[in-house]
Design a protein around this ligand. Sequence first.
Ligand code: ADE
Length: 252
Amino acid sequence: MRIDAVTIFPEIFNVLDVSLLGKARESGLIDFTAHNLRDFTSDAHRTVDDSPYGGGAGMVMMAEPWALALESIRSSAATESTEDDDAAPAPVLIIPTPSGHVFNQKLARALAPEEHLVFACGRYEGIDERVYEWAAPRFRVLPVSLGDYVLNGGEVAVLAMIEAIGRLIPGVVGNPESLVEESHEDGLLEYPVYTKPSTWRELEVPEVLLSGNHGKIARFRRETQLHRTAKRRPELILDIDPASTNRKDRDL
Ligand code: ADE
C-alpha cells in the first residue's frame, strides 16, 4: 500500500520507522512518504495560514498550498501506474478533523485493501473548506474523526489510523490469527487475558482457564466479552447482529 501524508511537521512521522510498521516499510508492504506542506508555498516565510473570513479566533490553512501538494502526489501516482492500471480508482484522501465520520475498526478494515491512501493533516482551525470541493473529482475524499475530542492537529490522528489500517494488511502482523479475537473485530470488547504465573501476589487466574476444557473456556470468554461490553460500552451491544448471538448469550 502506498501512503502519503501532507503536514507542516513531517518529523512527527519518524516514529513509523520503528516496530511492526517500520518492518512493513522495510519489506515494501507499506510505502510511506511524509510531505512538507511548506514546500508548496511561494513566499519567503513559507506561509500556510491566514485569518478566517467572517472573523473569529485562530487561523485557517490556505487552499493553494494544499492543492499544489495534492496535485504533486496525484501526478506522481499517475506516473507510477502502468497502462494496465488505467481504471485504477482515485486514491482515498483522508482528512482528519473532529467534524469527520468516526474512525473505527470497520472503517480500518474497509481501507486496508486500498492501493493508495493520502492523509491531509490540518492544523490551526482547519483547512479552507474549498479544498474538500476541489479535491472531490481527484480523490475519494473522506473527513475522519478519531473521537469526540480535539487534538492540536491531524498528525497524531493519522499515526493512529496508519497503525490501525497498516496492521490489517496481510503480512504486516506475523500471526494473522492474533487479529481475529481482538476488541471490535466481532463488535464486542476483548475478553481479559492472563499469563504465568497462575498465582501472582495472591491474585488467581480464573480457574476455568486452567481446566483445559475448551468449550468452557470459550463460554467464559464470550460471557466476559458480553459483560465487559455491556458495562463499558453499552451502545455497542445494540449494534450486535442477532444472528451472531446464541441461546446461551440471551440467558446472560
Ligand atoms: N484533528 C483534531 N482533532 C481531531 C480528532 N478528534 N480526530 C481527527 N483529527 C483531529
